[in-house]
Design a binder for this molecule. Sequence first.
Ligand code: ZN
Length: 353
Amino acid sequence: MPEAAGWQAELEQLKAVSARIGGDPLLTQGAGGNTSLKVGGTLWIKASGTWLAHALERDIMVPVEMAPLIAAVEAIDPAAEQAHQFTIAALNSSGLRPSIETTVHALMPQRVVLHVHCVDTIAQAVRDDCVQQVGPRLAGLNWACVPYARPGLPLALAISEHRGQRPDVLILGNHGLVVAADTVAGAEALLEDVKARLRVAPRSAPALDAARLAQLADGTNYRLPSADAAHAAATDPVSLDLAAKGSLYPDHVIFLGTGSVIARDGEDVAAVVARLGTSPVSILFPGTGILMRRDATPGADAMARCLADVLARVPDNAPVRVLTPQEHLQLTDWDAEKYRQDLARKAAAKKIA
Ligand SMILES: [Zn+2]
């Protein structure tokens, strides 16, 4: 069966690329990002809630029948958000559900699609002048900018509008990057190329005040973040001002909540919690660093670091667009996301146990 061996080898190649992408916090964070391969009418796509970083250790690719899924998008049928209805059960050895973003992949005609939350891309994609910013850098590529739409059917419909142009690169407003090619190697090379073209030198941030932060965490339900890089969101004044504007992309809302909680002058953890009437997942202490609630999931830690990495790449005078209250509501009151968060909580509980 030389034909079967061919695509299976390609799927293995894709898993290797996925693991490399997943291992780079500047490209993907936690369960964010997803990759896919089309084999005839079947789309092999990363499972919802799984991490690209684990692509070589566990079975994270789910087979989906593409034709009915695309038909659902074209009919603006909410079934397009239920991609698990179209999984091919006989081939789905893990029994997992396909990614929330499956339609993004199905709508791209190229065989291999890589979707990442590249921090260099996000730093441009959160700007009102994104097209003017990225245009000169992407010259010569077939690219398109897709204004922010909630992942799922709204994003699928927004991408559909560009299908005639058959772009190889999509910049997703307030979200991330999609690259597509007909081979795994071609897609990885294109990703490297776009990443390099969109690269922004991060501002350097003052160091965290470790002693003060330990004092603030002492006796509370809060701990240090898993990555030291996360503190820059609080120690760099420009980043802190940007964080105060609100949420910049969906996974921030999903894993850290709406916007960023910033301690006021003289506030400790108890004072912040009392002011809000709830314990936020993370608290930014200006000039000091950040603390994470003790039960924060690894995905939340990954997003705390992502925030610092994105903010460090946005200049203080940039015209930034934050998510609106309605866009927040669309994300938090959404069954597909509840499923993904549930998986994250279960995985974290298993780790603790
Ligand atoms: Zn995404």
